[in-house]
Design a protein around this ligand. Structure first.
Ligand code: PD2
Ligand code: ZN
Length: 218
């Protein structure tokens, strides 16, 4: 991307104002249209595309670390957490403004690409302290308290983000962000946040995700 394009993206991001649509108060789920510009979405896809690998899930038993699992059939990549990319930095700061959680509490931005038929079956983003895998993760900045999903394109059909317990279904739309809190305001994990990515029916689906912790993540 040309330097003027980068400067434009950066300056426009400094003036971020969010219009939040409340989808649910329990669990806390919000939608933010136009959270990312079209140019930012295209930039992220282009930067991520050469680095995609089959996505993994955390092995709860703590024996195998991250493992490939048919319940999550996307491809993905993480940008380095110490990146100096001005576009990604401005998004990190926008997410901090949106969630009220410091940039330092966030994991690296992850990009996920779902081809036709790919999905992420319902799961929780919080960690269970009762499994060795979950307990190990909790040592890195504590619980995951919030998730931000940013839709980088508009799939032709399917690919909704679903919350089966509370019957919410969000149709992906380029530039929109979805934020939800995996913990209740009193700090307990919220079982109502069970959520998944429905299979893509036509076209492909691209998202960027950010998980935020209660303390500094390292
Ligand atoms: O792709 C999605 O819509 C989705 C659904 C559930 C992504 C995630 N979880 C995630 O990345 O945690
Ligand atoms: Zn999730």
């Amino acid at each position: 991307m040309k330097i003027f394009g980068l400067i434009f993206l950066f300056v426009s991001a400094l003036h971020a104002e969010f219009s939040l649509q409340t989808l649910s108060m329990s669990p806390r789920v919000y939608l933010i249209p136009d959270f990312l510009s079209e140019a930012e979405c295209d930039y992220i896809i282009q930067a991520a595309r050469p680095h995609l690998q089959r996505s993994t899930v955390l092995d709860d038993h703590g024996i195998n670390g991250d493992v490939v699992d048919s319940r999550r059939s996307s491809k993905g990549m993480f940008f380095p957490s110490n990146h100096q990319d001005p576009v990604l930095r401005s998004i990190d700061h926008r997410i901090a403004q949106l969630t009220g959680l410091p940039v330092a509490n966030g994991e690296a931005i992850q990009v996920l690409a779902y081809q036709m038929g790919a999905e992420y079956q319902p799961h929780f983003d919080f960690f269970s302290p009762d499994t060795p895998g979950g307990a190990a993760q909790l040592k890195r900045g504590g619980q995951r308290v919030a998730t931000v999903i940013m839709y980088l394109n508009t799939p032709e059909a399917g690919g909704e983000t679903i919350f089966p317990t509370v019957k919410i279904s969000v149709t992906p739309h380029k530039g929109t962000a979805l934020v939800f809190y995996s913990c209740t305001p009193d700090g307990k994990v919220d079982p109502l946040t069970l959520h998944g990515g429905a299979p893509v029916i036509a076209g492909e689906k691209w998202i960027a995700t950010k998980w935020l912790h209660e303390r500094i993540f390292y």
